[in-house]
Design a protein around this ligand. Sequence first.
Ligand code: HEC
Length: 124
Amino acid sequence: MAVFPKVVALNFVLTFFLLNHANASEEIPAGDISLKDVPLFVEKARCIACHGLEEFRVGPPWKAISAMYSGRDRSAESLINYLAYKIRYGGAGVWGVTPMIEYEGITQEQAKIIAEWILRLEKK
Ligand code: HEC
């Protein structure tokens, strides 16, 4: 009986370690970026440790995120700002309980370009 809480606690510790580890070798490119820079940016920033183009990793694939907001006006400032906020400050609850970590080093301008790139993956 007493083992269960320990397993849960260990799980939290491991998850914490993995999340931080995924983040450990990140390198946030500085300066302005354009849409064509995003694939390299998300590789360097280690987003791809948790996000694939089509397959689920720790987080949802880029294409699934794009499809999720397909009912919305993709060029809407509010949608792009929402996703940019999520990229910079993280959070959970939209896709499940696993949180996305925050990225203090990413600027609002960079995050908006990344959001735009994601939204454009699923054209409609
Ligand atoms: C440690 C794993 C991890 C890393 C690294 C990570 N993410 Fe995420 N991301 C997640 C998880 C988990 C979610 C789902 C959060 C939720 O359910 O609200 C998510 C969700 C998202 C979403 C969708 C937000 C929404 O509300 O629909 C975007 C966009 C996103 N991530 C972009 C990025 C970008 C860009 C990077 C790199 C700068 C990145 N992520 C790095 C785990 C990660």
